[in-house]
Design a protein around this ligand. Structure first.
Ligand SMILES: C[C@](O)(CO)[C@H](O)COP(=O)(O)O
Length: 233
């Protein structure tokens, strides 16, 4: 079985709005609806789980349901971090449907509105022969590792990638590997692939898309509006 999980549980601290950014309008519909609608076009999913902030749970649920009718939709209240929210969604799947070795989750940031259904489908295909798959793009800037405002080293740009979502993986493997992590390792995670990397389990890369931006700041929303306009031209 394949489950789609859209992570919309953040509280938009870096965006700095009263209402979480996933509910703010982007070119005619709330930001969260862009990715949830794309996931909804993929028929491979048994269920489509949207993780919402606990404080905005009813509002978020009504927002999604007022734009989209899909009998596969399920809603889960998120935790205080991205990792907590992801683990809560996977625990929900395990408890409600059970998890077999081959079951797959396709996880995605609601903050990335321009995910393509082709990427979702390709990542599912790749994951049949891999424990985990992520979209990623080679970086175009030079990336520095810094300590106390000083550069201590530079990464090898030819081997440095910017990681995007969807991130697709075998649910059972993720949960087993997550169990092995220390609290410190868990709190350092910023994405799902970290669970595999820390445990030395290879993660396959699927070439990402420069338009698959993450709306984190107000400026990103301006860029997202421009991308949305270019897509409708
Ligand atoms: C998963 C991610 O999109 C990969 O680049 C990113 O780490 C998410 O970060 P956020 O802090 O949850 O926006």
């Amino acid at each position: 079985m394949i489950y789609g999980i859209v992570l919309a549980g953040g509280n938009s601290q870096r965006f700095g709005s009263d209402i979480p950014k996933q509910f703010i309008d982007l070119a005619g519909k709330p930001l969260v609806l862009w990715s949830v609608s794309t996931f909804s076009r993929v028929r491979d999913f048994r269920k489509l789980i949207v993780v919402l902030p606990e404080k905005w749970f009813e509002f978020g649920k009504m927002t999604v349901l007022s734009y989209l009718q899909d009998e596969r939709l399920q809603f889960v209240a998120g935790g205080s971090t991205r990792t907590d929210s992801l683990v809560k969604a996977l625990a929900f799947v395990k408890e409600k449907y059970g998890v077999k070795d081959e079951d797959i989750a396709v996880t995605h940031d609601a903050a990335r509105p321009f995910v393509k259904s082709e990427h979702i489908v390709s990542s599912i295909k790749m994951c049949e022969n891999s424990s985990a798959v992520t979209l990623a793009l080679p970086v175009i800037d030079t990336i520095a590792i810094c300590e106390r405002d000083r550069i201590v080293s530079l990464t090898d740009r030819k081997r440095t990638f910017a990681v995007q979502t969807p991130q697709t993986f075998k649910i059972k493997t993720f949960l087993e590997l997550f169990e092995r992590l220390t609290e410190e390792q868990r709190s350092a995670l910023t994405d799902a692939t970290g669970v595999f990397v820390v445990n030395d389990v290879p993660v396959s890369i699927l070439e990402g898309d420069p338009r698959n931006i993450k709306v984190t700041t107000q400026l990103d929303m301006v860029m997202a509006e421009a991308i949305a306009r270019s897509l409708s031209e």
